[in-house]
Ligand binder design. Structure first.
Ligand SMILES: [Ca+2]
Length: 324
């Protein structure tokens, strides 16, 4: 078995951090045109970014709430799916960070008993198994497939993998501010993409965790791990699952103090690494639960190293609105 080299992130949240991956700078196919297929135009404007409820983990830096002005942009209506990522890999031969490394992090209840028995565990977060052969094609390790999950979000993709996909697709990753503006769906100061109540009229609107984490999931929302990208209902702008399901990479470096001094117009994250090379992740995942991680709120922030991959991190793509 490979020596586990995956560690829990310092945010205590649910996506472990991985080791450095091999840089592939220069090997990524470049788009020859901008492609907005599958994307929704967001007209831009001014909004208050951050958490007005002060419910976040202090170390995440969800405050101060501050005004942001955004230029128009496009954003994918859904997370990138396994089917879309398969087309990218088929055309480019891209090898993901997890495939390079030969292992990735799998949630323990999702793994078959034999895989579970052979796997290492992340010391600080023992619900994460370090599984040899886990990658986007094999989300729970050898023997698992995505054959029946073509419309689920691709997972086990690093920030570097997301950038490579974007370059191939004629797209880019969203900034953190674009992501939050889109996630709010036109609501002002709401907690979730659909409003302030987690269960409006008693119905689940997102795929997170119910029960006792990390040992018993009552599956009230219907899913232990990923759900199809068009599950539940889209928000007011038409975006699906901006809360829960899988974390989504953003372009920005993560800076917990960034909101205190970020520019008003089109903020794009710290220009210099202040906390290693962590990149922003947004939206939370199917592992989020109030008892230890409430990062499925629309203002919630997290970050991870750019080479990290796990079974609950995916992404969606953006684009400038101007004609190229
Ligand atoms: Ca769930």
């Amino acid at each position: 078995m490979s020596e586990p080299r995956i560690t829990a992130p310092n945010t205590s949240c649910c996506a472990p951090a991985g080791p450095a991956a091999v840089s592939r700078a220069g090997s990524t196919p470049r788009p020859d045109r901008r492609n907005t297929r599958g994307q929704i135009l967001v007209t831009g404007g001014r909004f208050r970014m951050g958490d007005p409820f002060d419910e976040g983990h202090p170390a995440d830096g969800e405050t101060p709430v501050h005004h942001v002005e955004l230029s128009p942009f496009h954003l994918d209506a859904t997370s990138v799916t396994n089917a879309q990522f398969a087309t990218f890999v088929k055309e480019t031969g891209h090898v993901t960070s997890a495939e390079d490394l030969g292992l990735s992090a799998v949630f323990h209840l999702a793994a078959e008993p034999a895989v579970r028995a052979a796997a290492g565990r992340v010391e600080e977060a023992p619900w994460w198994l370090v599984v040899d052969g886990a990658d986007w094609r094999h989300p729970e390790g050898p023997g698992s497939t995505v054959t029946d999950r073509q419309n689920h979000p691709v997972v086990h993709v690093s920030w570097h993998d997301a950038l490579a996909y974007c370059a191939w697709a004629g797209k880019r990753l969203p900034t953190e501010a674009e992501w939050e503006y889109a996630a709010r769906g036109g609501l002002v100061g709401a907690r979730y993409p659909w409003g302030n109540e987690l269960l409006p009229r008693g119905r689940w609107r997102c795929n997170i965790w119910q029960g006792e984490f990390p040992t018993r999931n009552t599956l009230d929302d219907g899913h232990l791990t990923t759900a199809p990208v068009k599950s539940y209902a889209p928000n007011g702008y038409g975006f699906w699952q901006m809360a829960g399901n899988v974390w989504e990479w953003c372009a920005d470096r993560f800076g917990a103090d960034y909101y205190a001094h970020s520019p008003v117009a089109d903020p794009s994250g710290p220009s210099e690494p202040s906390e290693g090379e962590r990149r922003v992740m947004r939206g939370g995942s199917y592992l989020c639960h109030d008892s230890y991680c409430n990062r499925y709120r629309v203002a919630a922030r997290s970050g991870n190293t750019a080479d990290s991959a796990s079974a609950n991190i995916g992404f969606r793509c953006a684009n400038d609105a101007r004609e190229s």
